[in-house]
Design a protein around this ligand. Structure first.
Ligand SMILES: *Cc1c(COP(=O)(O)O)cnc(C)c1O
Length: 220
């Protein structure tokens, strides 16, 4: 058994069955993604459209590709033919563009709204009121080729587990409040390598794990 296969097995056995594991493969070569694929993994997350598109072209077609990074409106067209779930949607303008591009391919593209939960100014995302405004907007109801399936959040980059727990609880409670009113909301995407257990305690249904599967990333 290779390292990637062993890591996947260890994570899979430590998380509940209902929680979807997104293998975050950004910066990693196709050969390593294929090791995960051969171990049964079918959901992969990338944060750059060009890299994801290249990997999609080279790899088997039964993979569910998730865009987990910030999306620029003018790049949506490149992933519209194949992307399954876009995690970090933060505007009506972007939803409209996703709808327009999805229509061209006669597809429905699933989206999550990114909620800002971290203390850092730099992190993208909506506040709770903005999420509700989007969910209630008449314009959005007319978009036949996008589906808002849930929420996504990223905690502050810190080793302070209490802080992380506070942030995950805030989005977890918000998700619980929304769910009865908006039955299409099924996904709460929170949790990465360092904090996925805390995220699951706070109601995560989807964890995005990279380095604990593929090892540390080298950005050079
Ligand atoms: C890179 C990334 C992850 C995975 O991070 P790890 O700490 O390697 O598990 C998860 N979510 C997003 C949005 C990312 O960009």
């Amino acid at each position: 058994m290779n390292t990637i296969e062993r890591n996947l097995r260890d994570i899979k056995t430590s998380i509940p069955k209902e929680v979807t594991l997104v293998a975050v493969s950004k910066t990693k070569p196709v050969s390593e993604l294929m090791q995960a694929y051969d171990a049964g993994q079918r959901v992969f997350g990338e944060n750059k459209i060009q890299e994801m598109t290249q990997k999609w072209e080279e790899m088997p077609k039964d993979i569910s590709w998730h865009m987990i990074g910030h999306v620029q409106t003018n790049k949506v067209k490149y992933m519209a033919p194949f992307v399954d779930l876009i995690h970090a949607v933060d505007s009506i303008k972007l939803l409209k563009e996703i709808d327009k591009q999805a229509k061209k391919h006669d597809r429905i593209i699933n989206c999550l709204l990114q909620v800002k939960i971290a203390r850092e100014e730099s992190k993208f995302g909506l506040d709770q009121e903005e999420v509700i405004t989007i969910l209630n907007s008449e314009e959005i109801k007319e978009l036949a080729n996008v589906r808002i399936r849930g929420l996504m959040g990223m905690a502050t980059f810190t080793s302070d587990q209490q802080q992380i727990k506070k942030e995950f609880n805030s989005i977890g409670n918000f998700f619980k409040e929304l769910k009865p009113k908006y039955p299409e909301l099924e996904v709460l995407s929170i949790g990465m390598s360092g904090d996925y257990n805390t995220a699951i305690d706070c109601g995560s249904t989807m964890v995005r794990i990279g380095s604990s599967i593929f090892g540390a990333r080298n950005y050079n």
